[in-house]
Design a protein around this ligand. Structure first.
Ligand SMILES: [Zn+2]
Length: 330
């Protein structure tokens, strides 16, 4: 009897969080979940991916031991660091939000539902990027299980992005005197046109984007370093480009922090792009960016951005899980 009860107690105990995972702060909140009465499913963006990744990491015993953090929502003044007052007011209009989301049916929803089901989650997840940046400054590496809304511009939203989370975090930290120079490494396969416009007049920020040429957004904006990834590029071709350019842009920008917009829509089968990368390639890509930052002692922040193929969330989950287990190898 004694033996049986001891075994039951052991099997119910939560798994011990690995030491390496305790060193990687992860920011998440169930309030990240967008919910517009089902209409959110009309856009290919996987609105459940934040929760899926969180739950999978938790199921693996990788969250706990002080590494799990809640975001602080951004204040109106924080949003004004990048966005105009008139644009923020437009987020109260379902008609306007429908165009930013590219889901016309949203125009017919009541304003309170759009505010609660969409704007609030975006603002919260954007606060998560700022929180992850603060944690990265303290711990070296941090992950926000959301954010990377790189198509949001100061006075308009597009491509399912309405809040420019990364530019806001950069401005806020600079205002507080915590950083001077920032580098944005955007490996989502769509150009981060919004980030580029937000930071265009900011000489202390550097935007590096690897993207396909003939897909959205068209036309492209002129970033500080734009590298074209040819359609059909697989893991080795992609990593060759990244390994060539990343050390160069780090040297050029000499950043106090790196924000990684780590979308995984370069994966094979993505309906909005033409890449041929595998889950393994995404993990190697992320590991490479992290290792280049670590060896120079530059704080690194991961945000999730896009990824639309079936099970794309798993690629990001696997990449983050490896990082947390200390198995991340470029
Ligand atoms: Zn994308």
């Amino acid at each position: 009897m004694v033996v049986a009860s001891t075994m039951a107690a052991v099997s119910c105990a939560a798994p011990e969080v690995p030491e390496n995972a305790k060193l990687i702060p992860v920011v998440h909140d169930k309030g990240y979940q967008i919910s517009l009465g089902g209409l959110e499913k009309l856009h290919p963006f996987d609105i459940a991916k934040y929760r899926r990744i969180h739950d999978a990491l938790k199921g693996d015993g990788l969250l706990g031991g002080g590494n799990s953090h809640a975001p602080d929502p951004l204040s109106h003044d924080d949003l004004l660091l990048v966005h105009g007052e008139a644009y923020l007011k437009s987020l109260e209009s379902p008609k306007k939000v429908a165009t930013y989301l590219e889901v016309p049916q949203v125009a017919h929803l009541p304003a309170f539902l759009v505010k609660k089901g969409m704007i609030k989650p975006f603002v919260l997840a954007s606060g998560g990027t700022l929180k992850a940046a603060r944690l990265a400054l303290e711990h070296g590496v941090a992950v926000n299980l959301g954010g990377g809304y790189h198509h949001a511009k100061p006075d308009s939203g597009e491509g399912f992005c309405v809040i420019a989370d990364v530019p806001i975090a950069i401005r806020k930290l600079r205002k507080e005197g915590k950083i001077k120079r920032a580098l944005v490494v955007d490996t989502d396969i769509h150009q981060g046109n919004g980030t580029i416009v937000c930071l265009a007049k900011d000489p202390a920020s550097f935007t590096f984007s690897l993207h396909e040429d003939d897909i959205y957004p068209v036309p492209k904006e002129a970033g500080d370093r734009d590298v074209i990834v040819p359609a059909g590029t697989g893991d080795d071709g992609y990593l060759k480009l990244l390994e060539h350019w990343l050390p160069i842009v780090i040297r050029q920008s000499n950043p106090d922090i790196v924000f990684h917009v780590a979308g995984c829509d370069a994966l094979v089968g993505d309906p909005l792009a033409n890449g041929r990368m595998t889950h393994e390639g995404i993990a190697r890509r992320d590991a490479y960016v992290v290792s280049e930052c670590r060896k120079r002692n530059i704080p690194y922040v991961m945000t999730l951005a896009g990824g639309y193929s079936d099970g794309a969330w798993k690629a990001q989950y696997e990449s983050i899980a490896r990082l947390m287990r200390g198995e991340s190898r470029p």
